[in-house]
Design a binder for this molecule. Structure first.
Ligand SMILES: Cc1cc2nc3c(=O)[nH]c(=O)nc-3n(C[C@H](O)[C@H](O)[C@H](O)COP(=O)(O)OP(=O)(O)OC[C@H]3O[C@@H](n4cnc5c(N)ncnc54)[C@H](O)[C@@H]3O)c2cc1C
Length: 661
């Protein structure tokens, strides 16, 4: 690869954000600090990376050249990392960003439409063309945008970093991205704890403050309340919480995802006794059509909704996982247990049947109930032999699983943790190398076993030192710092009650494996490896949020397994993924994971599942179930905030709410 790369469509504002992220997250020094050309030096555990940069603001091109780099750090990994950061600063892979908030007149006359361009989700698998795209930097700008769009009669869909794989964020109206409503956004105003010299705030409502509140008892635990803006991401929240002595008890591994979407979709980490992230929410504020706000908490219901006669805690369970259908989240109040802990991490590489044994599901039960946090990864067909130049899988039951166990400890963080953390950071950057592999898998699908073995060996290398150290929770949970983007993901829940639950999970896993085997051996499909990245399992307790995929009534003994399969999205691989899902979920093959009557994860590739809308509708609003159903309760709130869903419900959400594709 050439040691220079030019990135197009980079404005001066985007470059400022790129530099800001570089300084904050990687300690990059820019010399001169405020110039459009110069050098950028980043010190990594394996040596310094020195780049020259040159921004042509008129042509909107930014050129980076590598002046020096550690030999172990490939040039394409560095450029992929830069590309990821630039995309993030644009808000997804958007081509043109309207960073200025358009006026109502501009929205009404469509004056900003031409500048809005095509928007996409984070992975680039969903595209949509909104009439306007807005990234408000604070509450006041958000209200201006919402009022403008409502006056213009535009549909509004809120979004965050777009880390989801379906049309929930799509709209032909106004797409509002709250990513800049974040304390990490230096261009916005942070009113308290400001470094000296930052610009003053004229109005508290223009703040993106993190506000520490009272200490309360919540779910039987002493908890610290903290109010955060919607654009804060998992990494920043985890760092703040840990520094305050109330680490997040569970979270996902990707630091960049914004909490607005993580809460709205009822997202999860892992941990047998842990809830979803939405359960940690004590209160939230939503902005409805016209810009009015609704503040919900465990103690109060907004006056406009009092007529429903729903108690505050029950109301919170209606609104905490809201799919972005109840307005734009402007504030989230978390209640974080004041229980400091550290984590001992064990990564094991074991034969698949040591964990997922069809004749003994008790192995899985002992593992999951015997550790605080468990994750299981299968990189398909990583055991193979070469026949001539072709890898031939030996068979899934002989494959190696990657098994991650995290256990709480009071032992102090070890010195080695700093080194291991830097090591993880480095491997996180190297994860970007995975991107080009998608093209290889598309061109030569039979190489999947080699690719899987490569992934497994890379992780072995990455985790080599982990068991020697005790980590702070944020560093252990956020084990994957960077991701390549070109992949698809579909995730289902499997409700688990007693030992039968473990039998169901093992069954569900082999149900998938059996269809994969049918494709690999040519009995079905025309493609060997439609599932070509990994299969991933996590285990949590459950959720009382009515729209949560992990929903169970309070006090239920039922836990939840989240199981997902991921594949590269390049070229025909998406079509093959879809064809495989049609086959896997067909009645002829036992309805796939629909058999277990769990909901899919709202952020994943739902439309890849045939008949998904009637299926989820039946679970949310069973014809003979309790009255009113979970869905009916949710829609009763929606219909007060946004009557008929005319402003915030797009056609994709309408399909979920009606069961009609
Ligand atoms: C690399 C990667 C790792 C992931 N890891 C996990 C994981 O560990 N656990 C897990 O559960 N999921 C995971 N996901 C899925 C992802 O977390 C969810 O799809 C999440 O909803 C994305 O959040 P987002 O802020 O990017 O939201 P978006 O994708 O932008 O939007 C998702 C939904 O949230 C709504 N929304 C977003 N912002 C607002 C707002 N301000 N107000 C109201 N509604 C809003 C949108 O309208 C939409 O309905 C992962 C995805 C990726 C790509």
């Amino acid at each position: 690869m050439n040691d220079c790369q030019t990135f197009h469509g980079v404005t001066a504002a985007i470059f400022e954000r790129v530099k800001d992220i570089g300084r904050r997250e990687r300690g990059t020094a820019y010399d001169p600090p405020d110039a459009v050309s110069g050098t950028a030096t980043t010190i990594t555990p394996v040596g310094s990376i020195v780049l020259t940069f040159d921004l042509d603001a008129r042509a909107e091109t930014l050129t980076y050249c590598i002046a020096s780099r550690p030999w172990i750090m490939p040039a394409n990994a560095i450029f992929d990392g830069i590309a990821n950061t630039i995309d993030l600063c644009r808000g997804g892979a958007a081509q043109v960003v309207t960073s200025r908030v358009p006026s109502a007149r501009e929205l009404a006359t469509g004056a900003v439409a031409a500048a809005s361009g095509v928007q996409s989700n984070w992975s680039g698998t969903i595209q949509y063309s909104p009439a306007s795209y807005v990234e408000p930097a604070n509450f006041l700008e958000l209200r201006q945008a919402v009022q403008g769009a409502t006056t213009a009669g535009q549909q509004i869909r809120p979004r965050g970093t777009g880390h989801s794989w379906n049309q929930a964020i799509s709209t032909s109206g106004c797409s509002i991205n709250t990513i800049r409503m974040s304390p990490g956004n230096r261009a916005a105003c942070v009113c308290t704890g400001k470094p000296p010299g930052e610009r003053p705030c004229g109005d508290r409502q223009s703040c993106n403050d993190v506000v520490w509140g009272d200490i309360i008892t919540f779910n039987g635990q002493s908890c610290q309340l903290v109010t955060v803006p919607p654009g804060i991401n998992q990494g920043d929240l985890a760092a703040l919480a840990q520094a305050k002595g109330c680490p997040l008890p569970t979270q996902g591994p990707a630091p960049d995802i914004t909490l607005s979407g993580f809460v709205a979709n009822g997202c999860h980490g892992t941990g047998w006794t842990q809830p979803t992230i939405a359960e940690l929410v004590y209160g939230l504020e939503l902005m409805g059509p016209g810009g009015q706000t609704f503040f919900f908490s465990m103690e109060q219901v907004p006056p406009e909704l009092a007529s429903l006669g729903i108690a505050p805690p029950d109301m919170m369970n209606i609104v905490r996982a809201n799919l972005g259908a109840l307005g734009v989240l402007t504030k989230i109040v978390f209640a974080l247990p004041r229980t400091p802990f550290n984590l001992r991490v064990n990564n094991d590489f074991v034969v698949l049947t040591d964990v997922l044994d069809p004749s003994d599901p008790g192995k899985l039960e002992a593992l999951v109930t015997g550790n605080d946090y468990v994750e299981i990864f299968w990189f398909p067909y990583n055991n193979f032999r070469m026949e001539w130049l072709k890898p031939v899988a030996v068979g899934p039951t002989t494959d190696t699983l990657w098994l991650m166990r995290l256990n709480r400890t009071n032992q102090p963080v070890t010195v080695g943790e700093v080194i291991i953390d830097a090591w993880n950071e480095l491997f996180g950057e190297l994860a970007a190398i995975g991107g080009p592999i998608g093209n290889v898998v598309e061109m030569s699908n039979d190489l999947v076993p080699i690719v899987s073995k490569f992934a497994l060996d890379t992780i072995r290398g990455k985790t080599l030192l982990d068991s020697l150290a005790v980590f702070p929770p944020a560093d252990a949970f956020l084990y994957q710092r960077a991701y390549f983007r070109n992949f698809l993901d579909l995730e289902f829940t499997i409700p688990m009650t007693g030992s039968q639950g473990f039998r169901d999970v093992v069954d569900a896993f082999y149900m998938l494996v059996n269809r994969m085997e049918a494709w690999r051996t040519g009995q079905s499909g025309s493609f060997q490896y439609p599932v070509n990245l990994n299969v991933h399992l996590r285990f949590i307790k459950n959720s009382q949020a009515l729209m949560s995929p992990a929903y169970q009534p309070a006090g239920s003994p039922t836990h939840t397994c989240y199981i997902e399969y991921l594949s590269y999205a390049d070229g025909r691989l998406t079509d093959e993924y879809l064809a495989f899902s049609q086959d896997f979920y067909s009645a002829a093959h036992g309805l796939g994971w629909k058999k277990y009557r769990g909901l899919p994860h709202w952020g994943k590739y739902l439309p890849s599942v045939p008949g998904i809308f009637p299926y989820v509708h039946e679970l949310l609003a069973p014809p003979s179930g309790p009255t009113p159903s979970r869905l009916a309760q949710f829609l009763s709130v929606r219909n007060i905030i946004d009557p008929g869903g005319t402003v915030f419900t797009n056609s994709y959400l309408e399909s979920i709410f009606t069961g009609t594709p």
